[in-house]
Design a protein around this ligand. Structure first.
Ligand SMILES: NC(=O)c1ccc[n+]([C@@H]2O[C@H](COP(=O)([O-])OP(=O)(O)OC[C@H]3O[C@@H](n4cnc5c(N)ncnc54)[C@H](O)[C@@H]3O)[C@@H](O)[C@H]2O)c1
Ligand SMILES: [Zn+2]
Length: 385
C-alpha cells in the first residue's frame, strides 16, 4: 500500500497482477461518484446495484452524480438482508442487466453493505465473463473489510460464501457521511473489524479506537475517515503479501474461528461483528491459557470492545463441547482440524508452528483448555462492562 497524495487516498496492489486500485476515503465523496467511476472504470452503461433500504437513501444522489457525467445509470434493487446473497438473487439481477442490454462494456456499481458488495461483485465477476465493479461500501463493516480484498460470492443452503469468485474492484469509494443513517448496533458491529485489524497489527490504533469509541459510534466523519484509512491499509498490506489463504492472510481470521461458530450456534441471529467480538475475547483468552499471548492482552482487548458497544454476548459463555462441534463444521477447518489465529500481544499476531499464523488446540485436554478460555473471556467481558 502506498499513500498517494492526500492522506485520504490509498492504493491497493492487486495480488498476482500488475495492477492496483484506489481506495478513496472522503466525506462527501458520494456526490463525486459518477466522476470517479467514469475515470477508474470507463463504461458505456453503469448498473447501480443496491438493497432497497440503501437505494431509498442513496440511489438518487448516486444516479445524479452519473447524470452530471452524461450517463443515465440503471438502478437495480433487491430485498435487504443476508438471504438475498443467493444464487436466485444473482440470477435475477443478471437477467435484469441482460434484459436492459447492458453489454461487455458495462460496469457495476455496488452501493451498500457487505451483502451488496458480495452479491453485486459476483454479478460483475460473472457477467459476460467479468465486467468492472466499483465498490461503494455504506456500512462500517463493508468500509473496513468486505469492499477490499476482491472476494465476492453468494451463500448456499450448505453454508455461507460457498460459491464465488475473486474479482477485484476497479475503485473503492468510501463516503463516511453515509454512516449517519446506519443503525448504531450495525456501526458497533462494523467497529469489531476495526478492533480486529488493530489487535493483530497496530497496538497504537487499538488505543486510539478505545479513546475515540464514542465519536466512532456517533459516526463522526473525521474519526471514521481515520479508522477506515488505517483499517484498509492493514487489510491491504496483509492481502498483498499473501493473495491466497495459506500464509499471513489467515491473520484476518482472528476472532473468526470462534465467532463463526457462535453465529452458527445462535442460528445467525447474532450480528457478525458482535459474534466476532466475543470470538476475539475467547481467542485472546485461549492464547493466554496456552502461554502464547502476553497476559493482560485479553483485558485490554475486552476494555476496548466494551466501550465500542461490543460487550457481553453470553451470560455464561457457550458450552465448550457445542462450541467445538460448531467450529469443526466450519469450511476453514483444514483436514478436520480447527485452527486459530492467536495474538502475541496487543497489536501483533503470533507466529504458529512452522512459520504459519494458525495453530490447533493441543490433542489432549482440548476441551478443558477451551473451557478455561471461555471462562476467562466471560470474566473479562463482565469486568469491563
Ligand atoms: N467479501 C469479503 O471479504 C467479506 C468480508 C466480510 C464480510 N463479508 C460479508 O458481508 C456481509 C455483511 O455485511 P454488512 O454487515 O454490511 O450487511 P448488509 O449489507 O446486510 O448491511 C446491513 C444492513 O444495513 C443497511 N444499510 C447499509 N448501509 C446503510 C446506510 N448507510 N444507512 C442505513 N442503512 C444501511 C442494509 O440495508 C442492511 O439492512 C456478510 O454477507 C458477509 O459474509 C464479506
Ligand atoms: Zn468478519
Amino acid at each position: 500500500v502506498t499513500a498517494a497524495g492526500p492522506a485520504t487516498e490509498l492504493r491497493v496492489r492487486v495480488p498476482d497482477e500488475a495492477g492496483s486500485y484506489r481506495v478513496l476515503v472522503e466525506p462527501g465523496a458520494l456526490a463525486r461518484l459518477g466522476e470517479l467511476a467514469v475515470e477508474a472504470a470507463p463504461a458505456h452503461r453503469y448498473a447501480v446495484i443496491a438493497d432497497a433500504t440503501v437505494a431509498e437513501l442513496y440511489a438518487d444522489p448516486a444516479a445524479e452524480s452519473f447524470r452530471e457525467q452524461g450517463h443515465e445509470p440503471g438502478v437495480y434493487t433487491f430485498p435487504p438482508g443476508e438471504p438475498s446473497k443467493s444464487r436466485e438473487e444473482w440470477a435475477r439481477l443478471t437477467d435484469a442487466l441482460l434484459a436492459d442490454g447492458v453489454g461487455r462494456d458495462g460496469a457495476v456499481v455496488a452501493l451498500g453493505g457487505g451483502v451488496t458488495g458480495d452479491l453485486a461483485g459476483y454479478v460483475a465477476a460473472t457477467y459476460m465473463r467479468g465486467i468492472p465493479v466499483v465498490q461503494v461500501p455504506t456500512t462500517l463493516l463493508a468500509m473496513l473489510d468486505s469492499s477490499v480484498g476482491g472476494k465476492t460470492g453468494v451463500d448456499t443452503r450448505h453454508g455461507k460464501n460457498l460459491v464465488g469468485a475473486f474479482h477485484h474492484p476497479a475503485l473503492v469509494v468510501v463516503d463516511p457521511e453515509v454512516l449517519a443513517t446506519l443503525p448504531r448496533r450495525e456501526r458497533a458491529a462494523g467497529l469489531a473489524e476495526g478492533v480486529k485489524a488493530a489487535a493483530l497489527a497496530d497496538g497504537d490504533l487499538l488505543g486510539w479506537i478505545h479513546d475515540s469509541a464514542g465519536a466512532l459510534l456517533d459516526a463522526e466523519p473525521g474519526p471514521v475517515t481515520r479508522l477506515v484509512e488505517r483499517g484498509v491499509a492493514i487489510k491491504a498490506d496483509v492481502v498483498a503479501e499473501d493473495p491466497g489463504e495459506a500464509g499471513r492472510r489467515a491473520v484476518l481470521n482472528f476472532g473468526h474461528t470462534v465467532g463463526h461458530a457462535l453465529e452458527r450456534l445462535a442460528g445467525y441471529r447474532l450480528l457478525h461483528g458482535h459474534a466476532v467480538a466475543a470470538g476475539m475475547r475467547v481467542e485472546a483468552a485461549l492464547g493466554e491459557v496456552l502461554g502464547v499471548t502476553r497476559e493482560g492482552t485479553l483485558e485490554r482487548l475486552a476494555g476496548t470492545l466494551s466501550v465500542c458497544g461490543l460487550g457481553t454476548v453470553h451470560e455464561s459463555g457457550p458450552e465448550p463441547g457445542a462450541l467445538m462441534e460448531a467450529m469443526a463444521t466450519d469450511k476453514k477447518a483444514r483436514e478436520g482440524k480447527v485452527r486459530f489465529v492467536l495474538l502475541e500481544r496487543s497489536g501483533r499476531a503470533a507466529r504458529g508452528p512452522g512459520g504459519t499464523y494458525t495453530r490447533s488446540l493441543p490433542r489432549d485436554g482440548a476441551r478443558d483448555v477451551l473451557r478455561e478460555a471461555i471462562g476467562r473471556a466471560v470474566a473479562a467481558a463482565r469486568a469491563s462492562s
